[in-house]
Unconditional design. Sequence first.
Length: 427
Amino acid sequence: MEIELQNVKGTKDFLPNEQIIRNKIISVLRKNFENYGYLPMETPILNSFDLLSYKYEDGAEILSEIYKFQDQGKRDLGLRFDLTVPFCKVIGLNQDLTMPFRRYEIGKVFRDGPVKLGRAREFYQCDIDVVGIDGRAIEVEQMLMAKNTFLELNLPVYIKWNNRKLMSGILSYADIPENLIDKTISLIDRLEKISYKELVFEFSKLNVNEEKVKQIMDLFNKNLNEYNELFKDSQIQILREGLSECNELNDLINDLDLSDSCVFSPKLARGLSIYTGTVFEFFDKQNRISSSLGGGGRYNRIITDFMDNGQSYPAVGLCFGLEPIYAILQSQEKSSFVDVFIVPMGTTIECLKLATILRNNNIKTLVEMSNKKVKKSFEYANKINIKYVVVVGSNEIESGQFALKNMQTGEQVNVTLPEMLEIFSKI
């Protein structure tokens, strides 16, 4: 039987020059997560379907994207579609954890959804979450961490933010029935992705006429000052709470000099109905990719409902999307995993000893062992973006002087071993 060699749609092999960039992204994320006090954790990819679908209605879009199957015991299982639901499970299974509890996890998730640039079906999520802290301070700290992390990746972002309570309150003000509020919010979240005609059609399925759609669109096209004026005397409790939380978060954003990177966006909902308050998403300032580079928000109910012990478990978290971040960085970075390529000229043993010294000094070193000629060795170094090449013959061993060539500039210098170590300590 002949097998056609191809990847499953929405999956990809990453060759070394690509994986180096991905590893760099993960390394920067991990460092920043730990700098903010988040602890590493790992959860299973396989989960019960009941767990994955918990808190979602049958018509929820995310349920259609879960990879669902049965094991040999006929149990309904699924591949995790995010890292938040498994995290909630961990809190439920480990009730002796000291609160507040901060964790990060970097792992693969799976969604049987549309495939486009920056969006795959098998992909990594890089999450942080904290349970046990309410209030806006932790939310703005996560936004600040995200901004600084993206800057370290040389990827300036702007942050869209909103509040689900505010959205629910506005819809109550517009006389949308409570049982339709979540579905209406999902439609509002798509306002920038579908045409007005499509929007009216989708609302008609909820028995919302075009006149009401126009009212809703007008209500969700205002700034925070306009909302403060419009709803200053409102008696709708959830609307008052949402507006108060927005004002508090906005003050913190201004106090922490984040206002140049943050944009209040009343249409932003983050899609999933688990969110209970603040939500936010990150976008490339240069608009090199249309989808968000990550996002998050507050979800106070899901862990509280998991635990069901009469106590409250407020939680907030965010996720960095490795795939869209990589989609941008791979187009602007040349990378190599090797610092120096040593080419022996009848001096293999001596070169292996030299390589050991360099590696002991954290210099990534490759020794040519396939009897390539010098010209071919230089071509090879160029192809895999090795910055330095040194050719070592008996004269170099005897004199202790090595001709070190910079493959990017073409410059060649004669150096001793200590001088070589000094050069590499600066790259």
